[in-house]
Design a protein around this ligand. Structure first.
Ligand code: C2E
Ligand code: MG
Ligand code: MG
Length: 682
């Protein structure tokens, strides 16, 4: 195959000019679609059969002949006239190149349409069809003057062929590239004969667009460039799509704020800048206080609107140049740079802005006809340059958590003692994971008593003996376990162990009537397979489900429909339910009536205050009355004194649990108590 053929290859089939090769006799060897269309023949009629001179006017034949005779040059460029099949004439310019290296000699020619009128309508249709290429194309002479362009060129650039002809491609220059860029491009073209790349150009209407441009040179025998052939496609849209993708990777779709990733990038940059400037900055970690409640009760659409509104308020509250980001959910962060070289002054400035933000977010949200309150808890951490970005965020997060603990709608600065607490927290979590793995958890049992002072059952309470054989309180480690899936493992283990105990009790008259109360964490309860898990444990242990009482807390009513479905399903097999710590949560009387409960457990904080705080005594009284109205049993927990017991009995409380009757103890001790009590019974 000829060098030039392989060089430009198939491109010739789609170019806006005629193109053919002739053998040494001048007979057609190949011809492109456009030239065929101009001549009005098929390739079968021409290849190997016709000569170029067959299609020239007598005058043109003469001109060509004279040129080939009197010039030894292998290259020629002539203006000639073609005669088409239908007899029509067509002015062309012919650039031909003979390859001396080939034997028999071959000649490659390019034919450019020079028809003044741009030809007949029909021809235009034909050529348009031939050029129908999405790529814009142009051919220039050696001086980069445009000779030809195709229809796509006009469509893409806005310049007609007439406007483009005679101009150089600089006509399209957008001014976005440096001189050096063009120099490098031409240098590559000279060296390799081709150049490909992305180029920003300007359309006639001024619009900037990005094209992928390929330029090839056409050279003569001596290697001198005779033409440049350029083809390009418009990649503005895909470029825009890329930009969009890049934008989405760094921004939150809902609020359009930078996301965690971009914030971390900026934070890293800020730390690098701080290293040079020795100015302090700060990071604010903001968490909305009762967003979850709005989301759960008013729907996600309202939740989204609150978030968008929050984002707007934050944007408006900060200085220009401060970065506001959404970290996810209802968490936002603000990066404040260049506060001051003094730490105290920086702290004061950051504190002022944080306070302003707290106040702005505490304003009610007006959405449609409704008004919502959604204050924020804010944590602040100052940085100089020594910290890492992730540490900073974590510190600010921790400080935010302190704000929550301090009662919300407030702000706290990070201080290093928090860091100690954080490290302990993480260490304890790891130890707990190990303890579960090594089956170190134990189950203790605390008796429950009826009004005749008979033991009717016990509450199973989990215990964690630590390395010093002290017991870590479940109030310390259950919240830790609830932060991860550990609570599910613990919950299932407690249930299984309790069921094994109930089964063991079944055989003895002294114990076969005893019930066990088992605490269920809300996270565990809301697992989609909770009901199936309980049923499985019941089936595996072969226990009578009526002896199981599951204690749930009021937080389960936040998803009341789920709670009803699950409780109904388990009630159907006989399992009982108690509402633990009743009075401390926010279940309303109406939701309470919907839940299939067997027992209300009056929280010990009220019981403790019997005889001390009259309002709490009234609450206890009310809970007992309410339970009875709903046909539910009332049990008091944390009963420590005879005085408390007397009050509770006087108001009709059904059952009791507390140190007055027994602390949580290992099973052997509980069983010993049962035996001792039975011995007392006449
Ligand atoms: P809770 O379910 O309300 O358990 C009652 C807590 O009160 C127990 O603390 C018990 O030891 C304590 N208590 C009982 N009588 C008295 C009394 O007369 N005076 C005082 N001051 N306290 C009394 P414990 O065992 O430390 O458990 C604390 C909490 O840990 C439980 O509160 C429960 O919420 C959770 N918990 C315990 N075991 C489990 C469990 O197996 N699973 C889950 N999810 N949570 C558990
Ligand atoms: Mg309990
Ligand atoms: Mg309780």
């Amino acid at each position: 195959m000829l060098a030039i053929e392989s060089e430009i290859g198939r491109m010739f089939e789609r170019v806006p000019f005629g193109c053919h090769t002739l053998d040494a006799e001048g007979t057609y060897q190949s011809i492109n679609a456009l030239e065929l269309a101009w001549l009005g023949y098929t390739s079968e009629e021409i290849i190997g059969k016709k000569k170029l001179t067959d299609f020239l006017t007598p005058a043109s034949q003469e001109k060509l002949h004279a040129h080939t005779l009197d010039t030894a040059a292998a290259f020629l460029a002539l203006k000639l006239e073609l005669v088409r099949r239908d007899g029509g004439r067509m002015s062309i310019s012919l650039s031909a190149l003979t390859h001396p290296s080939c034997d028999p000699k071959l000649c490659r020619a390019l034919i450019f349409d020079q028809t003044e009128t741009r030809a007949l309508q029909s021809e235009r249709k034909v050529s348009a069809a031939v050029f129908e290429s999405l790529a814009g194309m142009f051919i220039t002479d050696r001086n980069q003057r445009i000779l030809q362009v195709n229809q796509s060129f006009t469509e893409l650039t806005g310049y007609t062929a007439q406007e483009a002809q005679g101009q150089t491609p600089r006509l399209l220059s957008s001014g976005r590239h440096t001189k050096g860029f063009y120099q490098a491009m031409w240098a590559a073209l000279m060296e390799h004969g081709t150049w490909n790349g992305e180029i920003w150009n300007r359309r006639k209407n001024g619009e900037i667009f990005v094209e992928w441009l390929s330029i090839s040179t056409v050279t003569d025998l001596s290697g001198a460039v005779t033409h440049y052939v350029g083809s390009f496609i418009d990649i503005t849209d895909s470029k825009r799509a890329q930009d969009q993708i890049a934008y989405m990777a760094y921004h939150d779709a809902l609020t359009q704020l930078p996301n965690r990733r971009l914030l971390l990038d900026r934070l890293n940059q800020a730390l690098a800048t701080a290293r040079r400037s020795s100015l302090h900055g700060a990071i604010l970690f903001i968490d909305l206080d009762n967003f979850k409640h709005i989301n759960d009760t008013c729907g996600h659409e309202t939740g989204d609107r609150v978030l968008v509104e929050t984002a707007n308020r934050l944007r408006n509250a900060v200085r220009e140049g401060d970065s506001v980001a959404r970290l996810g959910g209802d968490e936002f962060a603000i990066l404040l740079e260049d506060l001051s070289s003094e730490r105290m002054e920086s702290a004061a400035k950051a504190g002022q802005l944080a306070e302003k933000i707290r106040a702005v977010l505490a304003q009610p949200y007006l959405l449609g006809n409704y008004q919502f309150h959604c204050s924020a808890s804010i944590g602040v951490d100052l940085y100089a340059h020594t910290e890492t970005a992730t540490d900073l965020l974590q510190h600010a997060d921790l400080a935010m958590y302190q704000s929550k603990k301090a009662g919300r709608n407030t702000l706290r600065f990070f201080d290093p003692t928090m860091q100690t607490a954080l490290s302990q927290h993480i260490a304890m979590k790891n130890e707990l994971r190990q303890a579960i793995h090594q089956r170190q958890l134990r189950l203790f049992f605390q008796p429950q008593i009826d009004h005749r002072r008979h033991i009717i059952g016990a509450e199973a309470l989990v215990r964690w003996p630590n390395s010093n054989h002290d017991m870590v309180s479940p109030t310390e480690f259950i919240p830790l376990a609830e932060e991860s899936d550990m609570i599910l493992q613990i919950g299932q283990w407690v249930l299984e162990t309790a069921c094994i105990q109930l089964k063991a009790w079944e055989n003895r008259p002294l114990t076969r009537h005893l019930r066990l109360s088992i605490n269920v964490s809300a996270k565990q309860f809301h697992q989609s397979d909770f009901v199936a898990m309980v049923k499985q444990v019941v089936a595996d242990s072969g226990v009578n489900p009526a002896l199981i009482k599951l204690e749930v807390t009021e937080s389960v009513v936040l998803k009341v429909a789920d709670a009803i479905t699950k409780m109904d399903a388990l009630r159907a097999i006989g399992v009982h339910f108690a509402m633990d710590d009743f009075g401390t949560g926010y279940s309303s009387l109406s939701t309470l009536t919907k839940l299939p409960l067997n027992q209300l457990k009056i929280d010990q904080s009220f019981v403790r205050n019997i005889g001390l705080k009259p309002t709490d005594a009234v609450i206890v009284q009310t809970i007992i009355a309410m339970a009875h109205m709903l046909n539910i049993e009332a049990i008091a927990e944390g009963v420590e004194t005879e005085e408390q017991l007397a009050f509770l009995e006087r108001h009709g409380c059904d059952c009791f649990q507390g140190f007055l009757f027994g602390r949580p103890v290992p099973i052997e001790e509980l069983e010993a108590q049962l035996v001792a009590r039975a011995a007392l019974v006449p």
